[in-house]
Design a protein around this ligand. Structure first.
Ligand SMILES: Nc1ncnc2c1ncn2[C@@H]1O[C@H](COP(=O)(O)OP(=O)(O)O)[C@@H](O)[C@H]1O
Ligand SMILES: [Mg+2]
Length: 258
């Protein structure tokens, strides 16, 4: 066995699931992701925070290839992201994504929203897909809404359906991009509680959020971004009580004392 293959096995044994190496991305002249190195272990919950425009959403979008990168590499479970076709559809299923806007199919019922991907991408038969969808809707607390259309639900309920829909694909990792930012305050906690439970169940999660309570209680690690770079990473306690960079200190003073 060569040294190279031994090194690869060591990494797999460590349980690295998502690995970004020297990732760069431009939008025209704007260098939106600058030499990003980030490794997420299996079962790890990483909260990404940082000022608006720092590249957090773009980072999420590159991980399921909603955006391409200019240089560097991204692997999931040791495999580079596929560029197109069925392999790309499977990747999008492996990487569940929940956005700020709920992105449900408006003309499908809640139940159909959670069944569709299972049938189309995972080739699950209809009865099995329905059984699983009902279980997941129950798990996120909206089982009684199954036959309604998204517009008939509250924002918090719709976001929980969006989480159930992503989970129905048995994703390897879940990405959340400010999942509670568009919600009325009284609905934020019901969504955060579902995410907390998911974290406790061992799901690998990358969560962009300004909910510092969630970061403190659920995150294994906080990644602070500014101007397209990862400026600082630390365990939550250390990050919140003793941020090292001026950028992080400045950011925290703004969000914690407004
Ligand atoms: N599709 C795009 N085309 C051009 N510029 C973009 C695009 N998407 C994002 N940007 C710019 O890239 C920067 C980072 O955006 P984004 O990743 O959304 O940051 P964040 O999520 O941290 O607020 C911002 O300056 C934004 O205006
Ligand atoms: Mg964003």
């Amino acid at each position: 066995m060569t040294e190279v293959s031994v090194a690869k096995e060591d990494r797999a044994a460590n349980g690295e699931l998502v690995v970004l190496k020297s990732v760069n991305k431009h939008f025209g002249a704007l260098h939106v992701l600058q030499d990003i190195d980030l490794t997420i272990a299996r079962g790890e919950v990483v909260v990404v925070i940082g000022p608006s425009g720092s590249g957090k959403s773009t980072l999420c979008r590159t991980i399921n290839r909603l955006e391409t990168i200019d240089s560097g590499s991204i692997t999931i479970d040791g495999k580079p992201l596929p560029a197109e076709g069925k392999a790309l559809a499977r990747l999008r299923a492996d990487v569940g994504m929940v956005f700020q806007s709920f992105n449900l199919f408006a003309h499908k019922t809640v139940l159909e929203n959670v069944m569709l991907g299972q049938i189309k991408v995972r080739k699950v038969d209809k009865a099995k897909a329905e059984e699983k969808a009902r279980k997941l809707l129950d798990r996120v607390g909206v089982a009684s809404q199954a036959d309604k259309y998204p517009a008939q639900l509250s924002g918090g309920q719709q976001q929980r359906v969006a989480i159930a829909r992503a989970l129905a694909m048995d994703p390897k990792v879940m990405l959340f991009d400010e999942p509670t930012s568009a919600l009325d305050p009284e609905m934020i906690n019901e969504v955060l509680e579902v995410m907390q439970q998911l974290a406790r169940d061992g799901m690998t999660m990358i969560v962009v959020t300004h909910e510092m309570g969630f970061a403190r209680s659920a995150a294994n690690r906080v990644v602070f971004m500014a101007d397209g770079r990862i400026v600082e990473e630390a365990v939550p306690d250390q990050f919140f009580s003793n941020p090292r960079s001026d950028r992080a200190k400045d950011f925290l003073s703004k969000i914690l004392h407004h």
